[in-house]
Design a protein around this ligand. Structure first.
Ligand code: MRU
Length: 353
């Protein structure tokens, strides 16, 4: 993969006692790293999108819970477990839609239970080891997504993506962007049209930045321009990430994704979703069962402006995600290979359930 991918966006710090993340709210103007070991700091970092993107949120939560648990003072297992569960439950409230958060926290809880016969010091060590394992697995899963997705890019000159599902949204390689990094490494030049992704501008601030840093040709679009580039015949495929893939193949992803799927269908352009197994939620039957986060009105009315850009007190609709129905998705590119239609049947074969 490209050299630019050689750093980890989420990790333990050198001392092994703190969670270290790149502060995504400061990009692209400054590269700032944050270190933390208090559970409230980790919650805040996830809630405010300092760390964001489903896989990165999962790894940050696991690592944050491990370093915060390392500071628990408890005389026995019962006391340790009570404090651990309180922190785990609190962290789970940071954001609702990306399943990686609850998935990672649940894995951490299982480690505690599997080690309940040992003293708290041993359990703390096991938690740190598990957090590292989750991070390593994320890297491997994203590499596998890249390899699975690469053949789909044969002959492709340009793709369109939405939000940020690159290395910033994961530990290292990213999901939707992983096949593009691999294509670049193999000498295939693919232009990427990037939706700016209102209201938080993850496309403009993060995806455009990371692709540009990696030497990939990027063209930035306002969200309402996607149909125009498709109509002009400039887009050969759409690739987006996912925050949760339901068992029937419905996908929750950044608001605006479902509209892109409708456009892609109408222009006869393949629409791919890239996601690791940790984002596939076989316990969730369909998109209607996914909780979509609603965010504050100020993101829309004033976040990027010197002055408010809407009348004071105006009613604002600001869901952070939408659901793309399974039927509009050409295939889901996963670390278990490319899952094509019918998605429900093929997801069950790959991920059980
Ligand atoms: O609100 P965010 O920035 O956390 O949005 C989630 C996402 O990053 C996107 O929906 C992304 O496409 C899926 S996560 C790889």
């Amino acid at each position: 993969m490209a050299e630019q991918n050689d750093f980890r966006t989420v990790s333990l710090d050198k001392t092994g006692t703190k969670l270290r993340i790149i502060d995504q709210t400061k990009l692209p103007n400054s590269v700032v790293w944050l270190e933390m070991d208090e559970i409230e700091q980790v919650w805040q970092a996830i809630r405010t999108l300092a760390v964001r993107g489903a896989p990165a949120i999962g790894v940050a939560a696991a690592t944050g819970l491990a370093v915060a648990s390392a500071k628990i003072r408890a005389k026995d297992f019962a006391e340790f477990y009570q404090q651990f569960c309180r922190m785990k439950a609190y962290l789970a409230t940071a954001r609702p839609t990306a399943v990686n958060l609850s998935w990672a926290l649940e894995r951490m809880k299982q480690v505690v239970l599997q080690n309940k016969m040992y003293d708290p010091i041993t359990i703390k060590g096991a938690l740190l080891t598990e957090a590292e394992a989750i991070a390593e697995e994320d890297i491997a899963r994203c590499r596998a997504i890249g390899q699975a997705g690469l053949p789909l890019l044969a002959g492709v000159r340009a793709v369109l993506t939405h939000c940020n599902a690159g290395r910033l949204a994961a530990v290292q390689y990213g999901t939707a962007l992983a096949p593009l990094y691999l294509a670049k490494e193999q000498g295939q030049d693919i232009r990427v049209f990037v939706d700016e992704t209102r209201p938080q501008l993850q496309g403009a601030r993060l995806t455009a930045w990371e692709l540009h840093e990696a030497g990939i040709e990027v063209t930035l679009l306002c969200d309402n321009m996607a149909a125009a580039v498709m109509a002009a015949g400039l887009v050969d495929a759409v690739i987006v990430g996912a925050d949760r893939v339901a068992a029937n193949g419905d996908v929750a992803n950044k608001i605006g994704t479902s509209g892109l799927a409708i456009m892609a269908e109408s222009f006869d352009i393949p629409f791919y979703v890239a996601a690791p197994g940790s984002t596939v939620d076989m316990a969730c039957q369909a998109g209607r069962d996914i909780v979509v986060e609603n965010r504050e009105a100020a993101e829309v009315t004033e976040l990027w402006y010197e002055q408010p850009m809407a009348p004071e007190g105006i009613d604002v609709f600001n869901p952070a995600f939408d659901i793309t129905p399974a039927g509009r998705i050409t295939a889901v590119i996963t670390d278990h290979g490319v899952i094509g239609q019918p998605l429900a049947e093929n997801l069950a074969a790959a991920f059980g359930g």
